[in-house]
Design a protein around this ligand. Structure first.
Ligand code: SAH
Length: 245
């Protein structure tokens, strides 16, 4: 898939913007990163000369912006909904960093909404209830809220970086090993360590935990898993031949 096709599925939704200049600045932030679909829910003033001035050439996004009366309507065709917030409101909300958000968005096959809240009060809890994940930009605990367009810029930038990484990975055959391949990998590793007498099957817990932590940190790629599996098999065969002789 081409870069722009990956970004085509993404809709930025701004809820209840008070200052039209922020709509223009958000459009500019989006366009610099290759995003083009803007939705507005109950903007206070729109269209507006202030918005157009701050868009600085991204006025095509403003001209194509869709305006909705309710938040629900703006989400109707979206499969994955990301809500952004400066504050952690409830412990139970699954919270992502902008980079984690980009990874999820770029691997989602359907349409995605990334939602931003009001300048004064953000998104309501009812609005956040409609979101699948909360995205928080790390910031100072004593001054945590960014300007709306600055927040849009950061999320859009991570999406841009994400597609570039994704493309390089595909080009260079750097596909990460699947969860299933890793489960088989751990099983094979464990059996090999038992075969050579390194792991006591009666007391495997600590060592297994350390090994899992180590390999999770590394994030093995598909071809690397195959190399290790080959090493395990050779080790097992060597051990067997030693036992026979
Ligand atoms: N007092 C509001 C601030 C809103 S700032 C609040 O606490 O939510 C306007 C919008 O910018 C927010 O609704 C959110 O969409 C985005 N934003 C600002 N700072 C952010 C941060 N640190 N992390 C994620 N989104 C942020």
């Amino acid at each position: 898939m081409k870069n722009d096709e990956m970004l085509e599925r993404i809709h930025v939704i701004l809820v209840g913007v008070t200052h039209p200049g922020n709509i223009g600045a958000a459009a500019r932030a989006m366009k610099t990163m290759g995003l083009s679909h803007l939705r507005l829910v109950q903007p206070k003033h729109f269209p507006s000369a202030d918005a157009t001035a701050r868009a600085a050439g991204a006025d095509d996004l403003l001209a194509n912006a869709q305006v909705f009366d309710t938040f629900e309507e703006s989400l109707q065709d979206c499969h994955l909904i990301m809500g952004t917030s400066a504050r952690r409101r409830r412990i139970s909300w699954p919270t992502l960093t902008p980079k984690q958000c980009a990874d999820k968005v770029l691997t989602c096959p359907g349409k995605v909404a990334i939602v931003f809240g009001r300048e004064q009060s953000g998104l309501t809890n009812e609005e956040l209830d409609l979101c699948h994940f909360l995205v928080q930009i790390s910031s100072s605990p004593t001054f945590s809220s960014l300007n709306l367009a600055a927040a849009v810029q950061i999320l859009a930038y991570e999406l841009r970086c994400g597609i570039e990484t994704h493309h390089d990975d595909l080009k260079m055959n750097r596909e990460p090993a699947s969860a299933e391949a890793m489960a088989q990998f751990y099983q094979h590793l464990e059996q090999t360590l038992i075969d050579i007498g390194f792991l006591d099957p009666k007391n495997p817990r600590q060592l297994k935990r350390h090994l899992h932590r180590f390999f999770n940190r590394i994030q093995l790629l598909k071809p690397e898993v195959n190399i290790f599996r080959g090493i395990f098999t050779a080790t097992q065969e060597y051990q067997k031949s030693k036992e026979k002789s």
